[in-house]
Every structure is written in C-alpha cells, then in structure tokens.
Design a binder for this molecule. Structure first.
Ligand SMILES: [Zn+2]
Length: 154
C-alpha cells in the first residue's frame, strides 16, 4: 500500500523486533493519516530533491511494539508523526548531513534531530511533522555517562 508517490506503508512499519516476536505493528487510521501528511510534507520533497531512494531505518511503532522495546510513550514514532532516515547504506553520494541540512533549510518540520555520530555526520536523522503545529525545533542528541541528552542547535 502506497502512502505517497515514493513511499510504501511497509517501509514505515517494518520492524525486526515486531517480526521476530509476532507483534502487530499496524497503524490506526489516525496514525496512517499522520504518516501520509509526513510523507507529503517531508519525505517526498527530500526524495525529489536528491532523486535517489531515501532509507527509513525506523518509522511507526504501535503501542504494543513500543511497550515491548520500552520506547518513550510520548515518541512521535508512536503517532505516525516521525521517521528516522539513514543514508549510510546508500551509494548515491547522499549523506545524513546533506539530508539534515536540506530539511533544516528548506522544509517545515516539528522536530529535527542530529542523532549522535560526529560533528560532520549524524548516525541518522530523526524528523517529525505535526498537523497541529510545527515547532521547527533543531536538536543534537549526544551520549554522556550512558545517558542521552539533547542540545539545541541555533
Ligand atoms: Zn526517531
């Protein structure tokens, strides 16, 4: 099932943990609508700009899956409002930093996170979009002493 021109539902619900443990990761109708909006406002513009497949490492997490992996209950992944993009496996010359910068400079978004990595490239990019208002918050996730903290990026 397509949720936008270049995005299939399977790409945003795919989860190794769900598969391995037989957990249902089907989005609710409301969450599916959120995903369609995210695909239209964020995913498709990225896909069209770079003209190459954009890899989603994490998309939807149902309540059951989120409880199983002990994820944050307030995560926008649980509402169909967030995707993680990871271009490390791409040979098209598109880096995670390029995707991050494109979103930051050109798109509307709620939260954009430079996830770990180095100063020159994040390990992956988290981006969310909310139909009820977008904060355009830019953050960098860092680990110290086994804890994750988020630093505001101007
Ligand atoms: Zn994420």
């Amino acid at each position: 099932m397509k949720i936008s021109t270049h995005l299939n539902l399977a790409e945003v619900t795919r989860s190794d943990a769900a598969k391995r443990h037989g957990i249902d990761n089907t989005p609710t109708a409301e969450h599916l609508e959120n995903f369609k909006l995210l695909a239209e406002k964020v995913f498709e513009p990225i896909r069209l700009h770079f003209k190459t497949p954009i890899f989603i490492s994490s998309g939807y997490r149902s309540q059951a899956l989120n409880a199983f992996i002990k994820g944050s209950a307030t995560s926008q992944h649980c509402k169909g409002q967030a995707i993680d993009i990871d271009m490390d496996g791409s040979n098209a010359g598109v880096t995670n930093k390029m995707v991050f910068d494109f979103i930051k400079d050109r798109l509307e978004f709620d939260q954009l996170i430079w996830e770990f990595g180095t100063d020159t490239n994040p390990d992956w990019v988290h981006v969310s979009y909310s139909k009820t208002g977008n904060r355009k918050q830019k953050l960098k996730a860092v680990r110290s002493g086994g804890k994750t903290s988020y630093i505001n990026i101007p």
